[in-house]
Ligand binder design. Structure first.
Ligand SMILES: *[C@@H]1O[C@H](CO)[C@@H](O)[C@H](O)[C@H]1NC(C)=O
Ligand SMILES: *[C@@H]1O[C@H](CO)[C@@H](O)[C@H](O)[C@H]1NC(C)=O
Ligand SMILES: *[C@@H]1O[C@H](CO)[C@@H](O)[C@H](O)[C@H]1NC(C)=O
Ligand SMILES: *[C@@H]1O[C@H](CO)[C@@H](O)[C@H](O)[C@H]1NC(C)=O
Ligand SMILES: *[C@@H]1O[C@H](CO)[C@@H](O)[C@H](O)[C@H]1NC(C)=O
Ligand SMILES: *[C@@H]1O[C@H](CO)[C@@H](O)[C@H](O)[C@H]1NC(C)=O
Ligand SMILES: *[C@@H]1O[C@H](CO)[C@@H](O)[C@H](O)[C@H]1NC(C)=O
Ligand SMILES: *[C@@H]1O[C@H](CO)[C@@H](O)[C@H](O)[C@H]1NC(C)=O
Length: 491
């Protein structure tokens, strides 16, 4: 990295900034140097792909050639055939991100043709052919910055440049004097044509990437009740080896029209790693994200269910309870029953070292259905203590709720006092066979992790540091099709 380009760009990293932290984000994404390298390589490959197909403008000149006369030379169809990058780097400073490609080589092909008119040869002669040009030691640099603009990320190009070092020309056919003309008179033009072409691609490419960033949603609707606020908060924090992005991350009541997101069903477990190797990204999710979910679903009365089907349907008839609760059968013989389960306060959710602890209080009301009427007969209050084992399925944080223990008391009863063991066994059956499996089916969707579409997680590792759940993971790129067409959260 000998060039002025590098010096110029790297100096931009040193501009120091004062960061003002105003808002709190409850999901944090840290892209490590390994992650930045990964992104840089994808972008360089994308850039090369777009440059290689491009054709440079034709170059035309009249040159006085000794002994030959005045030659009018045209170079056309100047095409960059391929580019090879031997080294590249991405550096982050306080206030910018610098990408430098150095020692790149490229091959060009072109067509040449000339006409010569002189007093010696009055008729005029002409010829045409092809040539290849080898560009060596090309340096490319660009400096971009990431800022938060109203909740989305703005990528701006601060500076860029391309510098071609060595350039050699090989002609197929043609006169010897022409070779000398190409070397003496056209080398500079070819050099700047290449430099301009590469610079132009950069100046077009960054706004395109920025457009893609602008298409990221600020809110993801999860179901009919809730939406997840994925607005970025504060400016990205650039340090010398990573970029940290903060996302609001809280659940809110779903309002009006939002882009719906579909989820993949089934369980596509991603590979899990136990090793301590550095990962590309670290995503941390604060306990408050789960708390906000709990509050939103509770406030929307979404945590209330009427169960009129059980795995053992006979339990939902008073006849089944004849011996255990004789007074129920006496009052309502052979009537069907249902269960009205409602969560009585927002579930308390806490991130612990190993998992997530949840405390859920429910009211379990037994209804008797008689002559088209629903008659609540008794209400059992239950405190459930459960744990939630976190796992990652595709790009969502999900897991399974496991019942740890529960306590009950009879809140009220219109059919007299019930035996403690009746209450216990009824509650246990309902929790184990109905409520917990039902909640698990609902929790399967999980919380979408902020991973761009077109990318997948690999070798994820979950590490809790209360009140945060941390996910360190590598990322794989599924192909540029997605990058161009569908840059968005979750699949
Ligand atoms: C990511 O998380 C892992 C494990 O928690 C930690 O060792 C590593 O330093 C983190 N990396 C960054 C860039 O914060
Ligand atoms: C350019 O062409 C030469 C010979 O045709 C080849 O050896 C070299 O690898 C090519 N360079 C690139 C960057 O593809
Ligand atoms: C880059 O963005 C940050 C905010 O993310 C800002 O503080 C800084 O001044 C910007 N740097 C430049 C060189 O504009
Ligand atoms: C990055 O910062 C750390 C501490 O903040 C320092 O030890 C390290 O040398 C820095 N690396 C570079 C390349 O500046
Ligand atoms: C989402 O979060 C952003 C940043 O914290 C905030 O400004 C915005 O009001 C939030 N939107 C909703 C719908 O809560
Ligand atoms: C249904 O529950 C009743 C009473 O608890 C029991 O006697 C019966 O065997 C159960 N049936 C099934 C299929 O589990
Ligand atoms: C279920 O019980 C709750 C009280 O816990 C009550 O507000 C609600 O109306 C009941 N639902 C039905 C359908 O009976
Ligand atoms: C459930 O917990 C609440 C608060 O911790 C307490 O007031 C209530 O008595 C408990 N109920 C049962 C059934 O243990």
């Amino acid at each position: 990295m000998s060039h002025r380009i590098c010096v110029l760009f790297l100096s931009l990293l040193l501009i120091s900034t004062t960061s003002v932290c105003v808002e709190e984000g409850f999901i944090s994404v840290i892209i490590s140097d390994k992650g930045l390298d990964f992104v840089k390589d994808i972008l360089i490959n994308q850039a090369i792909a777009s440059i290689v197909v491009s054709q440079l403008p034709q170059i035309e000149k009249s040159v006085q050639v000794p002994l030959v006369g005045k030659a009018h030379v045209i170079l056309s169809e100047i095409t960059i055939k391929n580019i090879q990058v031997s080294s590249s780097s991405v550096e982050t400073g306080d206030s910018a991100i610098v990408v430098v490609v150095s020692g790149a080589t490229a091959n060009l092909t072109l067509n040449w043709r000339y006409t010569v008119s002189s007093w010696l040869v009055p008729i005029g002669i002409s010829d045409s052919g092809t040539a290849t040009v080898k560009v060596e030691d090309m340096q490319v640099g660009l400096t971009v910055n990431l800022t938060n603009q109203g909740g989305t990320l703005k990528l701006s190009l601060l500076d860029y440049g391309c510098d071609v070092g060595e350039l050699s020309i090989k002609m197929n056919g043609g006169a010897a004097w022409l070779y000398q003309v190409l070397v003496d008179a056209f080398k500079g033009n070819i050099r700047s044509a290449v430099e301009d072409a590469v610079s132009k691609k950069i100046s077009e490419g960054i706004p395109t990437l920025d457009d893609l960033l602008q298409t990221l949603p600020k809110t993801i609707s999860l179901d009919k009740t809730a939406a997840l606020n994925v607005s970025f908060v504060n400016n990205p924090v650039l340090s010398n080896s990573s970029i940290e992005l903060k996302i609001n991350g809280l659940f809110s009541e779903r309002k009006s029209v939002l882009v719906p997101q579909s989820y993949h069903k089934g369980s596509d477990h991603i590979s899990v790693s136990n090793g301590d190797l550095p990962k590309m990204i670290n995503i941390s999710i604060h306990e408050n994200v789960f708390k906000s979910a709990s509050e939103v679903y509770f406030a929307a009365d979404a945590l209330q269910w009427i169960l009129d089907e059980l795995p053992n349907q006979s339990l939902l008839n008073t006849a089944e309870w004849k011996l255990i609760i004789p007074q129920l059968y006496k009052q309502y013989p052979n009537d069907d029953m249902n269960l009205n389960i409602s969560v009585s306060s927002p579930p308390v959710i806490e991130v612990s070292d190993q998992d997530i602890d949840a405390t859920i209080s429910i009211d379990l009301i037994i209804d008797v259905l008689e002559a088209g009427e629903v008659i609540p007969v008794t209400c059992i209050s239950v405190n459930i203590s459960a744990s939630f084992d976190v796992e990652i399925v595709r790009k969502s944080l999900t897991g399974r709720l496991k019942l740890k223990k529960f306590s009950t008391y009879l809140k009220w009863s219109k059919i007299g006092k019930l035996h403690m063991n009746v209450i216990q066994s009824l509650t246990s059956t309902v929790l184990k066979t109905v409520l917990i499996p039902y909640l698990n089916s609902q929790l399967k969707k999980g919380i979408p992790l902020p991973i761009l579409k077109g990318f997948a997680l690999e070798n994820a590792r979950i590490l809790n540091t209360p009140p945060w759940i941390g996910v360190s993971s590598d990322v794989t790129f599924l192909g540029d099709y997605y990058l161009r067409h569908h840059l968005a959260y979750v699949s």
